[in-house]
Design a binder for this molecule. Structure first.
Ligand code: PBG
Length: 325
């Protein structure tokens, strides 16, 4: 059969029909809310390149998480801004570090909240790279014990899921072994498996104060042009013990999300990164686009591509828009 018998507009003729036949649905259960925690009290410092995003001290972090929790958001992803940085990222694996303290407080206050921690060294290294630097080179194997120690200290603090974002080879295995040998076999690993060397992370580096002091991250993060290699990264991390995998960024990589979805069975997470957020904020502030509609369309596209969960700075807005209906 063909036109005029086939008329695809027939099923779009009322909003009830469109609702009934909608293939992809974004829900509050799909959202992970990323948050920045810093030392001090009474602090809520705006990130200038990300309007609406703040760096919270623990007391105000609790208030922000309480609001998110009341909106139905089940999971948060924590990033720490430490007091001090050095060449060994010491405060990353300090059991009394900023993330470790915040995790303990969050799990005590909201026991059923899923707390995910970003496991990376860049915020804690004086040079801002994600690994140990020797003679200007970012070392792989020398970095693994530090990452594993960081993940273990997050687990000890009560993290439900640890999320390594450094892109060193072998880190998932190193973290899995460390957790298992130390009594944390139940803590899950969400691997930033296909993480591209992206200019879309620009605003995050202001938020987390983690820009590299020299060079860039292209010897460890992936070349944005490589889709097949992304699948190798994903398969490798699953083989090493990742429970969930991530593609990051999201919007310019929807084909990668789709390819991963078709290849693997584990849960798949998309990271709607800082630059994607800030572009929408900037255009909306000028009245050039409708913020709510553009956000909902973008996140629905990520789900349609195959993502199960989405990490987004828009999590609270989305949850309240969904509640309004
Ligand atoms: C840490 C890390 C980064 C992001 C998440 N974890 C920055 C980077 O790799 O430079 C980016 C998040 C965002 O842009 O929203 N390695």
């Amino acid at each position: 059969m063909n036109f005029p018998q086939v008329r695809l507009r027939r099923l779009r003729s009322s909003s009830a029909l469109r609702e009934l036949l909608q293939e992809t649905r974004l829900t509050t259960n799909d959202l992970i809310y990323p948050l920045f925690v810093q030392p001090g009290t009474g602090r809520k410092d705006p990130v200038s390149s990300m309007p609406g995003v703040f760096r919270y001290s623990q007391d105000l972090l609790i208030k922000e998480v309480e609001e998110a929790h009341e909106l139905g958001i089940r999971a948060v992803l924590l990033f720490g801004i430490p007091e001090a940085k050095d060449e060994a990222a010491t405060s990353a694996y300090d059991d009394n570090g900023i993330v470790q303290q915040a995790v303990r407080l969050l799990k005590k206050t909201f026991p059923e909240l899923i707390v995910i921690t970003d496991v990376c060294l860049c915020e804690y290294m004086s040079h801002g790279h994600c690994g140990v630097v020797r003679d200007g080179v970012i070392e792989n194997d020398g970095t693994l014990p530090l990452l594993a120690q960081t993940a273990l200290s997050h687990a000890r603090a009560g993290a439900d899921i640890v999320a390594p974002s450094d892109m060193m080879d072998g880190r998932v295995r190193a973290i899995r072994e460390k957790l298992d040998y130390n009594g944390y076999p139940h803590v899950a690993i969400l691997s930033y498996a296909a993480k591209f060397a992206s200019a879309f992370y620009g605003p995050f580096r202001e938020a987390a104060d983690s820009a590299p002091a020299f060079g860039d991250r292209r010897t460890y993060q992936m070349n944005p042009a490589n889709g097949r290699e992304a699948l190798r990264e994903v398969l490798q991390d699953i083989a090493e013990g990742a429970d969930m995998v991530m593609v990051k960024p999201a919007l310019a990589y929807l084909d990668v999300i789709r390819a991963v979805r078709e290849k693997v069975l584990c849960p798949l997470v998309a990271y709607n990164v800082s630059g994607e957020y800030s572009m929408i904020k900037a255009a909306a502030a000028r009245g050039w686009i409708d913020e709510r509609q553009v956000v909902m369309e973008s996140l629905t596209g990520m789900k349609r591509a195959g993502a199960d969960l989405i990490i987004t700075y828009y999590a609270k807005d989305v949850a309240s828009w969904l509640r309004e209906g």
